[in-house]
Every structure is written in C-alpha cells, then in structure tokens.
Ligand binder design. Structure first.
Ligand SMILES: Nc1nc2c(ncn2[C@@H]2O[C@H](COP(=O)(O)OP(=O)(O)O[C@H]3O[C@H](CO)[C@@H](O)[C@H](O)[C@@H]3O)[C@@H](O)[C@H]2O)c(=O)[nH]1
Length: 347
C-alpha cells in the first residue's frame, strides 16, 4: 500500500438495503459478502504492505459494531474517531485532515475511502493510489474517475481537462458537478469528457486545508475545534459534541469539490461499484445457474435473475424473474430489481 494514511468514512444511513439495513445497522455492516461486510472488506483492502493503520470516522452509535468487526479481521490497531451526531461528509473529512495534520504531519498524503464500496481489481486500484499520492504531495486534491455506463443521477461528475504532462494517467479537472439532473448527465456522457466521481479522495492535510479555508471555513473551524477537544474513552476518541454540532451539514462534494482549484483526477478501471441498492448487490454477489442470489434459509424454483435474502424466516419463491425479495425482522421487501434504486420513495 502506498504511504498514505487511510481514512475510512463510515457514516451511511440505513435506507438503501432496507429491510436488512436500518439506521442501527447500515449497509456497510451487513455481512452479505461471503460472511464479511463491506466495511471489513474496505479495511482489509487498505491494510498490509506496510500501510499505516486506518483512521475510522463513524457515529458513536456504531462503536460496538465497528470494534466487533475490526476484531474479527484482526485490525484492532485502527484508530476510531466517534462523531456525536451525523453532520455529513464535509465535517467528517475536515476532522480527518485536522487529525492527520496533528498526528502525522501536514505533508503526509491522506486517502479518504467510503466504507461501503467494492473494488474488483485491487492492483489497478493500488496503482492509481500511488499516482494520486505523488500528485497530493504537490498540493493537489485528487479524485478518481470511473467511466460512466449510464446517465446516473446519484453520482458526482468530474470533467477532465488537459493531461498533466509530468504525471501520465492524471488530468486537470475542468469542473465538478454533484448529482446532476438526468438530461444534464446524458449530455455529460455524450461529450466523452466526464467520469463519475468515485467518492474516494487523496490529498495532504496542507493541500486540503488551503482549499477548505477558502470554501468551507466555518465547517473546518468547527471540525478543528471538535478534534482538538476530542477525549479518549476506552480506546476510541470522542469528538467534542458542542463544537462538532456547529458544523453545517453538507457533503464534501457540494462544500468543496464543486469550488476547489488545483484538483486533479486519475481515471481508474478497477471494477468499482458503490453497491448502491439491491440491484447492484444482485449483480455483484455470486449467483446460481439461473442467475439467482440466495442468502439464508431461502429457496428459489423456476425463478431467474433475482435476489432472495432472509435473516430468519424461511422464504420460498416460485416462478418469478428479476425480483428482490428480502425478509428480516424489520420488514419485507418485494420489488422488481429495475425499481430497486427507488426504494427511498417508500422506506
Ligand atoms: N463519518 C461520516 N461519514 C459520512 C457522513 N456522511 C456521509 N459519510 C460517508 O461519506 C461517503 C459518501 O457519502 P454518501 O452520502 O453515501 O454520498 P453519495 O450520495 O453516495 O455521493 C458520494 O459518493 C458518490 C460515489 O458513490 C460520488 O459519485 C458522489 O460525488 C459523492 O462523493 C460514505 O462512505 C458515507 O459513509 C457523516 O456524517 N459521517
């Protein structure tokens, strides 16, 4: 692993994988992936090869689950920073930069990684990280571009400008647009100049703080104070609630990346997926011969291209196609997979 400090953001809420995910047990902690969670897979991906232990930033309500999952994969040396409440990703990332600046130095590259993504080609991922760390040491904020395959409205878009001559594989960023309307997204794709923003970022604290001072100063000040006043209890660090509560709730994309200068992008084909809903889970998980994902006490007959999950009750599915059927103590979901992305309309 590249010499960067890996920061894992663990603040997702519980709607996308309802009824298995709930606010108490969001997507990143579900053990859907051969018994492992996306959080555990993310930590394992960032470990080894001399990497610094991860810095995990999460809500205090998830402390016990985080510790349990870290212990299971032998990653107990990670540092845990606990948020008293959810203030979105700009505040969480500002905390990361403030923490790393004090503990590791302002010129050490920091990698920001969502805890709920899959990466199929880890060699390509590491190669891109190495390049990003070099760019970060030059003061740049680095994004990773994913080639879009549809005009998605749930992602940010990064517009590539000129290649950076000294660093083949990297480009200047002309513009950054978070979650455009469908028609705008279609135009971006037709132009051939836009990639999806992966949600992973690399920069040094110095590079980040210089831009954050300009574009998100109030959030930065609140996050810095909350970090300076953090207290350690039982091996985890609690951010100061009063200071952190002053940070405006804003995502890093709207707060910073849409406005920042000196941003570079590294397009990377690494089998990236943000596993955003049951449909993408059906695509990513191992399937039987009929293309069904079956997890728990479930059986499917004369059924194809579906995902059937239960965490308790026996589930039997007969003669359907392209469905998600998910049963848990919290509820029952039945939807066509093509509609799975619309779950938040009813949950
Ligand atoms: N610790 C912490 N983490 C948070 C918080 N809010 C969000 N996060 C973390 O920040 C990451 C992104 O947050 P999301 O809310 O899931 O963002 P998104 O809508 O999916 O959009 C982002 O990711 C897309 C790729 O999946 C990008 O395309 C888009 O531009 C943006 O960066 C996730 O890992 C999430 O856990 C918070 O309050 N606290």
């Amino acid at each position: 692993m590249t010499s960067l400090v890996p920061v894992v953001l663990c603040g997702g809420s519980g709607t996308r994988f309802w009824p298995l995910s709930t606010d108490a047990n969001p997507k990143q902690f579900l053990r859907l992936w051969q018994g492992k969670s996306l959080f555990q897979i993310t930590i394992a991906r960032l470990s080894g090869r001399g990497a610094a232990p991860a810095l995990i930033i999460c809500n205090k309500v998830h402390e016990a689950e985080i510790r349990r999952q870290l212990a299971e994969i032998g990653a107990g040396e990670a540092t845990i920073l606990l948020e008293p409440e959810r203030r979105d990703s700009a505040a969480a990332i500002a905390v990361a930069a403030a923490w790393v600046a004090r503990r590791h130095g302002a010129d050490v590259p920091i990698g920001i990684f969502p805890s709920d993504q899959l990466i199929g080609d880890e060699a390509a991922f590491r190669h891109a990280l190495d390049l990003a760390a070099i760019l970060a040491r030059e003061g740049r904020l680095v994004t990773f571009g994913i080639t879009p395959d549809r005009p998605a409205t749930e992602f940010g878009y990064v517009e590539r400008a000129a290649p950076i001559a000294a660093h083949p594989g990297a480009f200047e960023v002309a513009s950054f647009h978070e979650k455009p309307e469908a028609a705008v997204a279609a135009g971006y794709i037709a132009s051939g100049r836009f990639d999806w923003n992966s949600g992973m970022f690399v920069f040094t604290a110095a590079g980040f703080l210089a831009q954050a001072e300009i574009h998100m100063k109030a959030i930065l000040d609140a996050a810095r104070l909350a970090t300076t006043r953090a207290v350690e209890i039982g091996g985890a660090w609690h951010l100061d609630a009063e200071a952190f509560g002053q940070a405006e709730k804003k995502s890093i994309d709207y707060a910073l990346f849409e406005h920042a200068s000196g941003v570079a992008t590294v397009p990377v084909a690494c089998g990236w997926s943000d596993v955003g809903n049951w449909r993408s889970a059906q695509v990513e998980l191992p399937k039987d011969a009929a293309g069904n994902v079956v997890i728990g006490d479930a059986k499917a007959k004369e059924t194809a291209g579906s995902i059937i999950v239960t965490d308790g009750l026996p589930v039997r599915v007969l003669g359907v196609e392209g469905l998600a059927v998910v049963v848990s103590a919290a509820g029952v979901l039945v939807t066509r997979l093509e509609d799975a992305a619309r779950l938040k309309e009813i949950v």
